[in-house]
Design a protein. Sequence first.
Length: 316
Amino acid sequence: MHKHSLARWEHSHDFAFIHEKGEARTKQVLIITAITMVAEIIAGSVFGSMALLADGWHMGTHVAALAISVFAYRYARKHASSPRYSFGTGKVSALGGFASAVALAIVALMMGTESILRLLSPETIRFNEAILVAVIGLVVNLVSAWLLHGGRGHTHHHDSDRHHHEGHHDHNLRAAYLHVLADALTSLLAIVALFTGKYFGWIWMDALMGLIGAALITRWGYGLVRETSSVLLDEIPSGDTLSSIRRAIESDGANHVSDLHLWRIGPRHFGVIVSLVTHDPREPEHYKARLKHLANLSHVTVEVNLHPVRAETPVI
């Protein structure tokens, strides 16, 4: 029996990105955010500020999101070459982002409910102490955003370096970055509410800013759900790409695409299955070569079917 090497037809299924610097920055921000979260929740409870409590709760969602991001990085790296996953761990970041969105929705509901109760029954606020803690929270959020932004451009891919600078396509790092930006905005709303309450007597502004913060979190969570669920449910990434694939296969008029599937298997990586019918069948590599100009088609499968040619009826 002769043994033949299959190396020519084999390839890696590792489509995950590992942001080494981004992962390290995420861990740093996780620790900083957790400490600030505890301080704001305690201060909000002691000083009676709903806006400050809302900021602390909102920051708590970011702690959860950052923890999910760190876990996703480790899990994707650990199982990158595992045969248990047909197309690798490229979707782990999307799964982490979806989990973060669910957490955001829950906290937004809690914030909205508590804010309405505060509107109906206002409580006394110790403005000076609350403003100090809110300013500290804002500074922490801005520093955290700066740290995460500094880690976005350093990407390592296990397969190749052709996507080295595409950190913004990683749901982990992007979710963490946008989370702290949203938290900075919530801190700013808390400061505005506290200042107006102190100098104009508008106590209701504290609860109103809590409602606005809840609305902002809800909007962010909804956007994150839409983005990540489209990846998890294998939504077609681009209608233009689908049309380009069909045109490339059918360009000579001898082939007809009978079935076509395109889905995302990782950040900036697509998988495609093409089933075609032709009178003049070629090797699958011939049709794959027609798709080489389309970027990010990392896993291409081609099925070639021979169209039965009907024999002409002889004339008698």
